[in-house]
Design a protein. Structure first.
Length: 435
């Protein structure tokens, strides 16, 4: 170990007790309008961002433009013979706040078809990357590579009124959203299907075309529509949404902002959660010899897991205090399309036994499952068994909400984000004065 690293290690270890003491003994002390605990603890609960695109209600879950998830699914136009609304109609809702007519949805779909051609150099870049590149790295690289197409960047450099910033931002956003499904499907087929690329079918809607390019039969098109909708937005404070908002606040175009969003989404504490849940469930199945346990057997396993100091992944949420409606929507889909799937059976038994146990244990503010407890199960059932690709799917959906937020940020002239930082010594001084 170098001397520099040795000195750094010693200083880090010496500093840790200071942070621990501040959190433990002075976490509720105010520093301006926030507490020391919030300043150190990732700004948890600090109300400092504005968005009208979605709101996370502790009891009702996510509301898109004021509509709950069940209301959103029921009110948006659904094509004849289909179960799930078209993603194009959902995009209209997020941008305008209005439930679109079938004609308005069709217009958005036509607009997407005219914007969907991916520049050839994007595929050249993906083909040049090492074969073992993570799909999220490939996805992020493909997005930022298209920055040269940015209409906002071009018009900004030519000189454009601040009042019109939203216009080319809209153009960039629609271009990007129209291209993301093909880019994602290309990455999937290149990495996992021997490079056997399936061309886009312009006759299909966004969800249907994505399923087609992935090479997965019906009803996976319905899965895609539901998945993109459910994962689209989650207020502005989560890592991916906040990252997109933050980068765009510097007037970086949406290619920079969404690429950065993807990078945040790739973190194990954020977008990788669905993969971790599925791995855990499959591990439970292995420990139980593949048989479907009864409730008593599962209860014992859950208690043993908790008593060993581990957690039950997929349960609990920082804000929600009831079952995540995104979980419920996916559970209803599973009950209809894959009720006998072995993994889904485990998920259902866990749903019955985990919440009461977490309540009895008394440590969880929210003992109910979140969206990640279900989403990986559905993907696995339809043959998408490559864990590391799941976050790319998440990224397509999240880009819908993030771009809608960026367009509105530009339209309302929101300034660059610039919170103020303090040193540990300053916090200690505030804590000392409060004692």
């Amino acid at each position: 170990m170098t001397q520099l690293k040795e000195v750094l290690r010693a200083k880090i270890e010496a500093h840790r007790p200071r942070t621990t003491k501040l959190l433990k003994d002075h976490g509720n002390v105010k520093v301006g309008e926030v507490t020391i605990g919030q300043a150190i603890g990732g700004m948890r609960g600090v109300r400092a961002l504005v968005t009208d695109i979605s709101y996370l209600d502790p009891d009702e879950g996510i509301r898109f433009r004021g509509y709950t998830i069940p209301e959103t699914l029921a009110k948006l136009p659904i094509p004849e013979g289909q179960e799930m609304p078209l993603v194009e109609g959902f995009i209209y809702l997020l941008l305008t706040g209005d439930i679109p007519t079938e004609e308005q949805v069709a217009e958005v779909a036509e607009e997407f078809k005219g914007r969907s051609k991916v520049p050839p150099y994007v595929f050249d870049i993906l083909n040049a990357m090492p074969a073992d590149s993570h799909p999220m790295v490939m996805f992020s690289a493909a997005i930022v590579a298209m920055q040269r197409e940015s209409k906002f960047a071009k018009q900004f450099n030519e000189g454009i009124s601040k009042m019109e910033y939203w216009d080319p931002t809209y153009e960039d956003s629609m271009d990007l959203l129209a291209r993301l499904p093909e880019i994602a499907a290309y990455i999937y087929r290149k990495k996992y299907k021997n490079g056997d690329i399936i061309p886009s079918d312009p006759k299909l809607d966004m969800g249907g075309n994505f399923a087609h390019m992935m090479g997965i039969d019906k009803p996976y098109d319905e899965v895609a529509r539901l998945y993109f909708l459910l994962h689209s937005d989650h207020e502005s404070g989560n890592v991916s949404a906040h990252t997109g908002h933050l980068v765009a606040s510097a007037l970086s175009d949406v290619y920079y902002a969404v690429s950065a969003m993807i990078n945040g989404l790739a973190g194990p504490l954020h977008g990788l959660a669905n993969e971790q849940v599925l791995r855990w469930i499959q591990g439970v199945m292995d420990k139980m010899g593949g048989k479907t346990p009864n409730e008593e057997e599962m209860k014992k396993f859950v208690w043993d897991t908790l008593n060993s100091g581990q957690v039950i992944p997929g349960y609990g949420h920082a804000v929600l205090r009831k079952t995540d409606p995104r979980y419920t929507s996916q559970m209803e889909f599973c009950l209809k399309h894959l009720p006998d799937d072995p993994i889904f059976k485990y998920v259902n038994i866990l749903y019955k036994v985990v919440p009461p146990i977490l309540v009895e244990q008394g440590k969880a503010k929210n003992p109910w499952p979140n969206v990640d407890a279900q989403s990986g199960v559905i993907q696995w059932f339809y043959g998408l068994t490559e864990y590391e690709f799941y976050t790319v799917l998440f990224g397509i959906g999240r880009a819908i909400g993030v771009t809608a937020n960026i367009i509105w940020d530009r339209g309302l002239g929101y300034p660059i984000e610039r919170p103020k930082s303090l040193t540990t010594a300053m916090l200690e001084d505030v804590a000392k004065k409060s004692s």
